[in-house]
Design a protein around this ligand. Structure first.
Ligand SMILES: [Fe+2]
Length: 263
């Protein structure tokens, strides 16, 4: 089996539609104020958990973050294990995990299209049956003895990250009477300091559960939802091996990816 590090990421990516859209905005200088309309309201009762999580008092602005909040930690020299970004191999006990083999990859960029190198990207997900390896997950689907469901990597000089894994299954959750989460992978991007950590989810192109999901519905903006969907990229698939999904993450600006911890 070819190691994930052997995967090549040709320069043709630079001409992708996503990249083109960002280039169109490169003329814009200065600071982008966050567009609050882009993000859902903190209180969205259709997503039941938001009722308890939404602030019920006025927010307090932190005017003077400390040096430690602004300056680190720096993950660029973090030593990764050989399979930290390869979920097909990082929890092997008796063999390979069950499921559709996929590559998930993309680029972390800022609002001007500039790559964000050396930033820590972490991901976690359910197995192919829709079950997490977590003590609080009691879904009927079985655990896979060869799948842990977590990975991490540091973006390269061009801002790229990549993982190899299996496509997660959808799963039901206790929200409405019969709500299901679309297949998704949770993603954390650390950014330049601990205070810039952002968390989001990648969904899969063409999944009919996406528009039915109460969490997705909190967005109320089809363009924002599009930023959360990984796009099938046959040019990066591996014949007779695995499909590939591209998920670029824009950390700020007009094209920013919606992050689930912002309200
Ligand atoms: Fe999840």
């Amino acid at each position: 089996m070819a190691p994930l590090s052997d995967l090549r990421f040709p320069n043709c990516f630079l001409e992708s539609p996503v990249r083109f859209l960002i280039m169109e905005n490169l003329h814009t200088k200065g600071f982008y104020a966050r567009d609050r309309r882009w993000h859902p309201a903190a209180l969205t009762p259709g997503y039941k958990t938001s009722v308890a999580r939404a602030p019920n008092q006025a927010l307090v602005s932190l005017q003077a973050p400390s040096a430690s909040e602004l300056s680190g930690p720096d993950f660029s020299h973090l030593q990764m294990g050989p399979h930290d970004n390869d979920l097909l191999l990082n929890f092997n006990n008796t063999g390979l995990p069950i499921g559709e083999r996929i590559i998930m990859f993309g680029r972390v960029i800022d609002q001007f299209g500039k790559p964000v190198p050396g930033t820590l990207v972490e991901m976690w997900q359910a197995n192919a049956g829709g079950r997490y390896r977590h003590k609080n997950d009691d879904y009927l689907a079985p655990l896979d003895p060869n799948f842990g469901g977590v990975g991490r990597c540091v973006t390269d000089d061009e801002g790229y990250y990549r993982f190899r894994t299996v496509k997660p299954g959808p799963y039901p959750w206790r929200n409405g009477t019969n709500d299901w989460r679309p297949a998704h992978i949770h993603v954390s991007v650390m950014g330049p300091s601990i205070s810039t950590r952002l968390i989001t989810q990648m969904y899969f192109e063409g999944d009919p559960l996406i528009p039915r999901c109460p969490i997705v519905q909190t967005l109320n903006n089809p363009e924002a939802i599009e930023t959360l969907i990984g796009v099938l990229d046959m040019s990066m698939s591996r014949p007779m091996d695995c499909l590939a999904y591209r998920f670029d993450i824009v950390v700020r600006g007009a094209l920013q990816t919606y992050f689930e911890n912002q309200g």
